[in-house]
Write a protein that binds this ligand. Sequence first.
Ligand SMILES: [Zn+2]
Ligand SMILES: [Zn+2]
Length: 434
Amino acid sequence: MMKLQVWGGAGEHGRSCYRLVGERRLLLDCGVKKEDRGLYPLLNPSEIPDLTSVFLSHAHEDHAMALPLLYKHGYEGAIWTTRATARQLNKGFDSWEHFVASRGGTLPYGPEHIEAMQFLYLEDYAPPCQWFEWAASHSGEEPIRIMWGRTGHLSGSIWLRLQTEGRHIFFSGDYTRESILLEADSPAVSEEPIADLSIVDNAYGTDDETQEIKLERIRSEIRSILEKGGRVLLPVPAFGRSQDLLIWACQSLAPYRVLVERAIWQGLLHLVDDPLWLRPGVAAHIRTLTQACSPRLVVIDNEAERSEALGSAGPCLILTADGMLESAVSQAYVEHLAPDSDNLILLTGHASRGTRARMLLDNQLPDVRCRVMHQFYKVHQGIGDVRLMLEEAPAAAVVLVHAPDVSTREVCRILQIEGREGLIPLTPGMEIVI
Ligand SMILES: [Zn+2]
Ligand SMILES: [Zn+2]
């Protein structure tokens, strides 16, 4: 018998954390939720020391920033992930600490617990979409079978298939097939294709629009502002859709200037250096395009360069590395653009309650006369993507995650009418037997 316990992430956006309990006790992700002073998974400290293995799907805060809690509460094992993910974590810890402090809170773990984290790199054991077996050398236990694939969401981001104790579990991580730059591996497998449990990203609920349609809307809004001499701010996370949108802007917004903060540019250089995560041929394309675009592409390193770039006249697009506008740098950009009704601040991702991005969207920030718009750039799955995923990765029990309960229930209702079985809406604190 195996149980799935939801410690966070189902029926809500954030703190992705799923525990699988059989003879082994496996944990998938351990993230936070950007609300109040920071919300953490509903973990029981006494159950942490006997976790057998921990898996991390990617570096975003809602999947990774509670991991040090495991080491605080006595976990002594490693975290299975990828090198690219491990590399991105430190920047995440810095900005999470900043967020918590800005709300008057303190971190529930110390630097020594971040320091204590150890990793096992999946790519050292098998390439994408191939099974490998693993057992702790001294244990004499039956090995666990593990397969991983790329999810197109972020460099280093993965889905997982796990087989243990006669059970087969699929976890999609955050998944999209529609990234401009990043490769996504189909989760289909030929042998034993039907999992006992699938945990599937459905952050966009019933939204069924393609990236192409969303991007066309983003393009026409941005161009109409630039053509009238205005400026556009795109607040984006340092890694992920930021690199897609940077390359897209180089391609689609000539002859206008593109100002980009160093962290986003650095993320693009990392992608070129580690092309495992890119679609075929994309590394060469990035090199050619950024060279061709260099006269109008301005990489900003510090305050002096920022004020010089903003001081020169004319329309421009600005990419700042903070999707929820919490950092001092992104707030400085907002202050620069806000007074002028010709400008636009365009939010392309989730805006959590209490963040400046949310307040901006709800007209709660003072002295904002520029336009403010919310248009998602796809980095997750809507209902159509979920249909395809359930065909490629069928399962007896399906738990849709990463969206509020009401949205998840509506998707389950629609899919059930279409004849799909096994959909189970869950919320934090609930558990099922698989
Ligand atoms: Zn993510
Ligand atoms: Zn996520």
